[in-house]
Design a protein around this ligand. Structure first.
Ligand SMILES: Cc1cc2nc3c(=O)[nH]c(=O)nc-3n(C[C@H](O)[C@H](O)[C@H](O)COP(=O)(O)O)c2cc1C
Length: 222
């Protein structure tokens, strides 16, 4: 196997899909979880978790998530429910909601919406028609702006047009300061069923070039 002595190198272009999945999902961690609520044409609410997910910018705010196809090659309900310009809500997942979130990854038939089957209370959307999960500490209301397909990878890009945050996590509504720790969000780790909390957080101050120069010139000054 090529590579430096202390690393193993894997050529993903020659490996089967299952191996590629294990490698990339074992390395890119923790991944936030988009618990996506959508509406089908008949008005049934669908809810499912997606950890190929993140926010990609803020001007405009854009989120991306990637629903793969089922093993029979058909799109998952979430992807089917988001046509061009379609609405969806990304509910963020707290530790308290982990088990309920996991239960919604069960492949219920489309007409039996997960929230109804599992008794997950919903609240109406504000900027979109799709409802949010009542117990979720924060929800992003989105409108699809583009869907990028690369092979069997489908990436849905949505503009975030509204945000609902549980009141206790809003420190200053006028200044838009949030207490992110209060959200107690979880992330997806590698391996089967692995998760992480966001409780073990730390801060590092950013350093300007002038500060870096000052420190380098006088390393013992601090
Ligand atoms: C934590 C977690 C993360 C997941 N992330 C993804 C993902 O990024 N892409 C995907 O296609 N499926 C993912 N799944 C599996 C889907 O949630 C599952 O296939 C679900 O049944 C899809 O539901 P739907 O057909 O209602 O959209 C994930 C499951 C869990 C539990």
């Amino acid at each position: 196997m090529p590579g430096a002595a202390d690393h193993l190198h894997f050529d993903l272009t020659t490996l089967p899909q299952a191996a590629r999945y294990k490698l990339v999902t074992g390395i890119v961690v923790p991944r936030p979880i988009a618990w996506v609520s959508t509406l089908d044409a008949a008005g049934h609410v669908n809810l499912a978790p997606y950890s190929f997910f993140n926010v990609m910018g803020s001007d405009p705010p854009v989120v991306a998530f990637a629903p793969g196809d089922r093993s029979d090659g058909t799109p998952k309900d979430t992807a089917r429910n988001i046509p061009p310009g379609g609405e969806f809500t990304v509910n963020l997942v707290s530790r308290e909601l982990a088990e309920a979130m996991n239960a919604t990854a069960t492949d219920f038939p489309a007409h039996l919406g997960e929230p109804q089957q599992l008794g997950i209370p919903l609240e109406p959307g504000v900027s979109v028609r799709t409802p949010r999960v009542q117990g979720s500490p924060a929800a992003l209301e989105c409108r699809e702006v583009q869907t990028v397909v690369i092979g069997a990878t489908r990436i849905i890009l949505g503009e975030v047009i509204g945000v609902s945050v549980r009141a206790d996590a809003v420190l200053d509504a006028g200044k838009h300061y949030l207490d992110t720790a209060a959200l107690d969000l979880i992330g997806r780790m590698g391996g089967r069923g692995g998760y992480a909390t966001t409780r073990d957080a730390f801060t590092i101050d950013r350093v300007t070039y002038e500060q870096w120069q000052a420190r380098t010139a006088a390393p013992d000054a601090e």
